[in-house]
Ligand binder design. Sequence first.
Ligand code: SF4
Length: 306
Amino acid sequence: MELNLDYSRCAICPRNCNVDREKGQLGYCRVGAEPLVSCVVLHKGEEPVLTGSKGVCNVFFAHCNLGCTFCQNYQISCNSQFDINWLTSTNSIVNAVLATLKTGVKVLGFVSPSHQVKQMLEIIAAVQKAGFNPTIVYNSNGYDSVTTLKQLDGVIDVYLPDFKYFNNSIAKRYSDANGYREQALAALKEMYRQKGSPLFVDDEGIAESGLIVRHLVLPSHADDSVAVLNLIAQEVSSNIHVSLLSQFFPVEKNNLPTAINRVLHKEEYDRVVQEVEKLGFKGWVQDLNSPDFYLPDFERDNPFEY
Ligand code: SF4
């Protein structure tokens, strides 16, 4: 696999920091040229078509190219943080991945890869060299560079991006992102160009190739969710798979603004669910009680086991 991603003037993501990561300069994400992974875990997560009965081997990259105030993964996404137990060599990450794949897990997911794409490609190459060919899932926040995504054509089997916001002022307020809507839409169009609408599954119903868009509904912002769904339907397709998430939980440590400092109300979530149905999207809708099940704790060996 030929790598052609330039970290010496980093524009790997839409932040375009233009720093030399090869020489130790750090941009917004504060990750250099080596991998920074908080953990490799077996995750029985949100979409059954990815997890099946055995789960997904998820590589959780540390730090992020967004700065979401409400991040449920704040223990690993905060760019000022470093934990000595994090994995910082490709070898150690690949060994952890292989140990999980050897148990029969068929799907390898990369969570928050947008700022560590080169590291991700090195991990994939090493896993394949070891004789494994799992379904590769790119699970991003949607703030991806089209130029970078073009280089992933033929490498990624399933794109699993978020589409977080329609309104850019909300994106700026909660995720410190400029032009989120335009960037995420351009990224989604590129993912759609590569994958189209069909979601191909194997004989056990596990995804092998396709595109699934996640949208997390925020408290007090059902209007924005409805606008996101209409944007995707109009600008991309209403034939794609959407995974609607209700799992927002106000982490106390995040010290959130009042508008989002609560769980979702049934009426606001129902309104968004109705829009998903009206627009004819395929996919999955989480139950409203999902915050009880999905809040991770990255101080545990497996953050998702309670
Ligand atoms: S990957 Fe990191 S350094 Fe590169 S442009 Fe994005 S935030 Fe900046």
